[in-house]
Design a protein around this ligand. Structure first.
Ligand code: ZN
Length: 290
């Protein structure tokens, strides 16, 4: 259950029955890690635990930590559940990221969004599976302090009302992806467009899912030559929440009913963080039992 907890990120309760409570006062990645940590206490047979901020952040992988072993175990459980090595490898293969690119804060940021994990937790997961070494991890953690600059570089030239939200850089490699984020996120869609053959990407379905288009531009790839490809960049804003299934198509406007040259599907749920109460799937399950 999600509650507006004071001074706690989450709790695991075992009496009278087992249950997990997660704060509503934090962003979605923190809620997810907290839930996984509390689930870890349950799965590992621990007694009740009330977890403050330092347990879920500082104790992450700290060797010789002053924290209770059970907290380190619960964090290890959460990391293995949310950011396992096979998932990191899968995202790298899909995006065409080489291992050396894991030193790039933009790459790690985009990886973290796709795993539903915070930037810091992603750095520690990469360190844990030896995707990066300790000095690289330290440099990335420094870059994390200037995350706003990373967001600005991705969202340029658009400036949102504030920078609380995340900035997703979506390309055709993300076809079929789930965008699960917060209600103030920006989505930057960057696709190749075969404009000289009359093809144009259609972005109308973004608005239907609640994503308002803020910028729409084109730039040529390299030298201008006939038959060249341009990059179309659209910046859309969730602006209070967006959800739905979006299918984007590259087609000739006068052949709108024809087969698209390219298409991309996205499942959008930009409604986080989770508000107080139960998740809708939990409510539905309880109603079915009743
Ligand atoms: Zn704990």
């Amino acid at each position: 259950m999600f509650r507006p907890l004071k001074n706690l990120l989450g709790a695991y309760i075992d009496d009278p029955g087992q249950g997990v409570m997660v704060t509503t006062q934090r962003q979605l990645p923190v809620q997810r890690f907290t839930a996984a940590h509390e689930l870890g206490h349950a799965a590992l047979g621990h007694e009740a635990s009330f977890d403050e901020e330092d347990v879920l952040t500082r104790a992450l992988f700290d060797e010789g930590s002053r924290f209770d072993t059970r907290e380190i175990q619960a964090n290890a459980f959460a990391t293995a559940l949310l950011t396992p090595q096979w998932l990191i490898v899968q995202h790298m293969q899909r995006q065409g990221w080489a291992r050396k690119e894991l030193a790039d804060p933009v790459v790690v940021y985009q990886l973290s969004l796709r795993m539903g994990s915070s930037f810091a937790a992603t750095c520690y997961a990469l360190l844990d599976c030896k995707g990066i070494d300790r000095p690289t991890c330290d440099k990335l953690m420094e870059a994390n302090k200037k995350k706003r600059a990373i967001k600005q570089s991705l969202a340029k030239p658009y400036t949102p009302g504030n920078w609380y939200g995340d900035v997703w850089l979506v390309t055709e490699r993300d076809n079929g992806m789930v965008l699960e984020g917060s209600h103030s996120d920006l989505v930057v869609v960057k696709v190749r467009e075969h404009a000289s053959s009359g093809y144009m990407w259609q972005f109308g379905e973004l608005a239907e899912a609640g994503l308002a288009i803020r910028e729409d531009g084109r730039e040529s790839e390299g030298s201008q030559h006939i038959g060249g490809v341009v990059f179309r960049t659209v910046i859309a804003e969730a602006d209070g929440g967006a959800s739905g299934h979006v299918c984007l198509r590259e087609l000739r406007p006068w052949q709108a009913a024809g087969t698209p040259l390219n298409s991309m599907e996205l499942h959008v749920d930009l409604s986080g963080p989770v508000s107080a109460g139960l998740l809708s799937v939990q409510r539905e399950a309880l109603l079915e039992v009743a």
